[in-house]
Every structure is written in structure tokens, then in C-alpha cells.
Design a protein around this ligand. Structure first.
Ligand code: GLA
Length: 403
């Protein structure tokens, strides 16, 4: 049975009626440009062909029922009129979000973010989802659920002037304010705007973007899932973000009339000339990563366009080193996969991808070396950490759409 048929059966079983719409939003992998999206820099992700699916049906009352095929048969119900949920878009009472502990906070957050912008849903609906992104892999299952919810709301309630980009913007708003994770725009943007066989070169400062064809000659993009997820992710992520903000504030305070809008606005040369004013060495390393990673991302896209895959791979390697040593968002398991991966002939570049502290690496590997890459790394990793790494050869897929 294909996924859609399975969902149709489950929907009927749980909600006692037929679904009347099916939707999909993909996960993403970022090729380069890590921890630049909240620093006004560039990113270069592509959408995957795995992601999150929804089957939905509008109701006549004010009830929303949520179920997930990844969470057993539990149906979670809420009312649009429950004031504590703020689904009418009212200001959230506490500065901190409602947390990621309950998965329905993601779709609820999107309902809230739409309402905040004036797109209030008139009735409830039944919502069944199913995701095939491996849990905890850092391939943006949450962003895909947010973008998916936005797509469903736009379609069910006829919010025709909500652009595809807005699905990303409202998804990020939901995650920042409602869930409480201070992420940038990259994941939601890739999920909403992905294009088959292309990556997205996005300026996170202006949201201007272009699609770059993923023409890698005979090479493939391979994701390696370390299957580790360290608990630090959201706390350390928010700390990095604050460190970057502090560094920017110090750079501006040191100049009369200092008005650097973001670290992404600085070239490496401009940063180096100013770095000595920063109050400590940690801030220097954090800001250096943000500035240099942005420059690497711009160069990497130029290299790809020029067909220079070796240069692209070298920039990916430099990105990893910077994330490992300067930004300190990697972990021993991932560093091991990267270090061992680089020794395998045919590996053009390899680095951690996503928020960090576990999750996946992304590598560019010559087509005829993919099997060796997979077998060698799987064995070494198992011997060292006792874990089964998983490998996926990437096909860049389409952004969120109705099925
Ligand atoms: C997470 C966030 C993104 C981005 C990456 C790091 O995936 O959700 O916004 O900051 O980490 O590049």
C-alpha cells in the first residue's frame, strides 16, 4: 500500500469519515551555510523527497482533532476557543514558548501564527499526519510539519494570498514564539520552496533566492545518520545565537556610529580588521565562523555553477572544521564520521549538517565510491560506537504541495 492509501484507511478508522485532502512537505539537508541564517548570511539547502504527509477534513464545529501515525492511535483534541492555546492569534502570555514536548504544539503554533497575521480559521478540522524522516536525525521533521500545517490551512480556509514563502515565514514564527526554539528561516524555507534536482541559494537577510541545479558530474550527495542526538541542541543553539548577537553589539559599540546590520554583512577581511575589539576569545571564534561560513557559502555556489566540484567539496570540509573548532556545535561521533570519511578515496567533501550536536553528515561522494563509503564507514562506526549508521543517497525534491 502506498502512503496515501494507508493514510486514507487510517483516517477513516480514527475519524469515521473520508479525508478530503492530502498534502506533503519535505525535510531538508543543508549543503553549506550552517548557523548563518540567524546572522543575516547565506544558506544553500535542498529539499528532500522524504518529509511529512497530512490527510485532513474540515469540520462544522470548533474542534480540532490531531493524530499521527508515528505516535500510535492516540487522537488529541482541542478547541479553537480554548483561550490558553491562543489559536485566535492573541498575544502569547509568557515570553517562553509552549515547548516541543507535545508534538501538536507545532501545528497549533502555525494556527496561532496565521491568526496573528489575520488569517483566522473559521472551523475546526481533523488532521492525520505521517512522517518518514528518521526521528532525531536533524533533517527538519519539525519544519516540515509546520510548513505542512500552513499549506493545509491555506487550502482548507482559502487564504489565497498566503504565498509559498509565507508558509516558511509563519512556520518559523510558530517555532520561535509558540514552541520556543529560536531557529532561523532555513529549514522552513527549504521545505516550502524546494525544487526537484536543485538547491536553494538563499540570502536570509532579504529572503532573495535563486535555484542552483545540483549538477555534480558523476558524484552523489550522501547523508549519513549518526543516530545520536545530544540533549544540548536547543539550549546550546539559543546560546550560540546570543553569542553572535553579543559579538555584533560589541563590534558596533567599538565604532562611532557603528551600524553593521548583521555578521553576514561583513566580509572576512572587514571582520579580521575589527576582531580585536571583541571582549573574549569565544566571541571571536563564534563571530568568525558566522562571517567566514557566509563567505564560503557564496564561494561554494560559484564553484558549483562553474562545475568545480572539488572546490565545492573543499569548502564543505572547511565548513566542518569551523563548526567543530570555532563554533563548537559538533560532537565526537560526527567528527569521527567526518574524519574517517575523508580518508576514503572518492570522497570530495564531508561535513556535519543542520543544527548540530548529533544528527547527520552530508558528503559529496563519487558515484563509484558510494558503496565503499557506506560499507567502510558503517563498519568503523559500529566498531567504535556500537551504533548502526544509516545512509541515504539524496534526490533533491519539490517543496510543500497538495497531492
Ligand atoms: C537548525 C535551525 C536552522 C539553522 C540550522 C543551522 O536547523 O533550525 O534555522 O540555524 O540549525 O544552520
Amino acid at each position: 500500500m502506498d502512503i496515501r492509501t494507508e493514510m486514507a484507511v487510517k483516517f477513516r478508522e480514527l475519524f469515521g469519515a473520508d479525508a478530503d485532502g492530502f498534502y506533503f512537505a519535505p525535510g531538508r539537508v543543508n549543503l553549506i551555510g550552517e548557523h548563518t541564517d540567524y546572522n543575516g548570511g547565506h544558506v544553500f539547502p535542498c529539499a528532500l523527497t522524504i518529509g511529512t504527509y497530512a490527510a485532513v477534513k474540515k469540520r462544522d464545529d470548533r474542534v480540532i482533532r490531531f493524530a499521527s501515525m508515528n505516535m500510535g492511535d492516540a487522537v488529541k483534541e482541542c478547541s479553537l476557543d480554548d483561550e490558553a492555546l491562543c489559536l485566535d492569534g492573541r498575544a502569547l502570555d509568557a515570553a517562553s514558548g509552549k515547548g516541543a514536548g507535545d508534538w501538536t504544539n507545532y501545528p497549533k503554533g502555525v494556527i496561532w501564527a496565521f491568526a496573528e497575521k489575520g488569517y483566522r480559521v473559521g472551523t475546526g478540522f481533523d488532521f492525520l499526519c505521517y512522517g518518514n524522516i528518521p526521528a532525531g536525525s536533524g533533517l527538519s521533521s519539525s519544519a516540515s510539519l509546520e510548513v505542512l500545517t500552513g499549506l493545509v490551512l491555506r487550502d482548507l480556509f482559502g487564504f489565497a494570498d498566503v504565498r509559498q514563502q509565507d508558509l516558511a515565514i509563519y512556520g518559523q514564527r510558530a517555532e520561535n514564539a509558540y514552541v520556543g526554539m529560536n531557529c532561523g528561516i532555513m529549514d522552513q524555507f527549504a521545505s516550502a520552496m524546494g525544487k526537484e534536482a536543485h538547491a536553494i541559494f538563499l540570502d536570509t537577510n532579504t529572503l532573495d533566492f535563486t535555484y542552483a541545479p545540483l549538477e555534480l558530474a558523476d558524484a552523489k550527495i550522501v547523508i549519513t545518520n549518526s543516530k545520536v542526538k545530544h540533549q544540548l541542541v536547543s539550549s546550546e543553539y539559543n546560546t550560540r545565537r546570543k553569542e553572535c548577537e553579543t559579538a555584533l553589539a560589541e563590534l558596533n559599540a567599538a565604532e562611532s556610529g557603528g551600524d553593521i546590520p548583521s555578521l553576514g554583512a561583513l566580509t572576512p577581511e572587514a571582520f579580521d580588521a575589527r576582531a580585536s575589539v571583541l571582549s573574549n576569545e569565544v566571541l571571536v571564534r563564534r563571530a568568525k565562523h558566522a562571517v567566514y561560513e557566509n563567505a564560503r557559502t557564496i564561494q561554494a555556489v560559484q564553484a558549483l555553477k562553474a562545475g568545480d566540484i572539488a572546490a565545492f567539496g573543499a569548502l564543505m570540509n572547511a565548513s566542518h572544521d569551523s563548526l567543530q573548532y570555532d563554533y563548537e556545535v559538533s560532537c565526537p561521533e560526527i567528527d569521527f564520521l567526518v574524519a574517517e570519511g575523508r580518508k576514503i578515496p572518492g570522497v570530495i567533501g564531508t561535513r556535519i549538517t543542520g543544527g548540530g550536536f548529533g544528527g547527520c553528515t552530508v558528503s559529496i561522494v563519487k558515484g563509484d565510491a558510494v558503496d565503499t563509503f557506506r560499507e567502510t564507514l558503517a563498519k568503523l562506526y559500529k566498531d567504535k560506537y556500537g551504533k548502526e549508521a544509516e545512509f541515504y543517497v539524496v534526490d533533491a525534491g519539490e517543496g510543500a504541495h497538495k497531492l
